[in-house]
Design a protein around this ligand. Structure first.
Ligand code: KIV
Length: 278
């Protein structure tokens, strides 16, 4: 028997403090593409807040922040820690916390853990990976006051069981299965669906098949918004760059050059000069 105390999500509370709300996210469909970006800490969250509609505390932090080879070892406590940091840095942002691998294996476990996220952070919603197979869990969460963003297509938490990151929607069966996944997740009450690593025409079909916004990553432009992992799009993560990532900054080179210049100036005693001395 799982003991829980329920936190009631109210749209009114949300509208009092956030520039983005669930109703605005729903209304964006067909009107304006949604801008979602990952954030893992207060510093970057504050920088992203002005331009992004939604900040996603993705379990991708296990790779780009913690240096692991996949997302699977991220823990709920780590997600809670990073979500609090993001919410502290970007108080007006709509923040989604990823439920990490192994924390939503049953509906009872999912609710217990999602309630923990809601009680220990000001996150607005959680995200869980999976399609029709997770619809019952999504329904259990949404009917108990937890706002849920779905995640279908390429599921990073399935990388080990699938033996790699595989693009989805390559044949008709896979395309129809994705449409069904999205419909089931919508029916279960999700307010938004992330679709990852899917052929662009199929992702567009999925988006056209549901009433909630479908936000793509590696899914072309026929969807209702885009999400990118910030360390990828700022060119900070050098291990590998997926085809769908556009680097808006050569962050790694800029950071390395800056630190190299600092090191040179420390060694030559050029820094700290008079200007930086009391
Ligand atoms: O963890 C993450 O950053 C994500 C994005 C890839 C959507 O789930």
């Amino acid at each position: 028997m799982v003991k829980i105390s329920l936190v009631k999500f109210t749209e009114k509370d949300c509208e009092m403090k956030k520039k983005m709300t669930i109703s605005k996210i729903l209304n964006a469909k067909g009107e304006k593409p949604l801008v979602m970006i990952t954030a893992y800490d207060a510093l970057f969250a504050k920088l992203f807040e002005e331009s992004a509609d939604i900040l996603l505390v993705g379990d991708s932090l296990n790779m780009s922040f913690a240096g692991k080879s996949d997302t699977l070892s991220a823990t709920l406590d780590q997600m809670i820690y990073h979500t609090n940091a993001v919410c502290t840095g970007a108080k007006e942002s709509f923040v989604i916390c990823d439920m990490p691998f192994g924390t939503y294996m049953s509906k009872e476990q999912a609710l217990f853990n999602a309630v923990k996220v809601f009680q220990e952070t000001p996150a607005d919603a959680v995200k869980i990976e999976g399609g029709a197979d997770k619809a019952e869990i999504v329904k259990y969460l949404t009917s108990n006051g937890i706002a849920v963003c779905g995640h279908i297509g390429l599921l990073p938490q399935s990388v080990r069981s699938e033996g790699g990151y595989k693009v989805k929607g390559k044949d008709e069966r896979s395309a129809m299965s994705l449409v069904n996944d999205a419909k089931e997740i919508e029916l279960a009450g999700a307010f938004c669906i992330v679709i990852e690593g899917v052929k662009a025409d199929v992702a567009a079909l999925v988006s056209a098949s549901v009433g909630v916004p479908v936000v793509g990553i590696g899914a072309g432009h026929g969807v209702d918004g885009q999400v990118l992992v910030f360390s990828d799009m700022l060119g900070l993560f050098e291990e590998f760059t997926p085809k769908f990532v556009k680097k808006y900054l050569d962050g790694a080179t800029l950071v390395k050059d800056a630190v190299a210049t600092y090191a040179k100036e420390v060694v030559s005693r050029e820094f700290p000069s008079e200007k930086y001395t009391y």
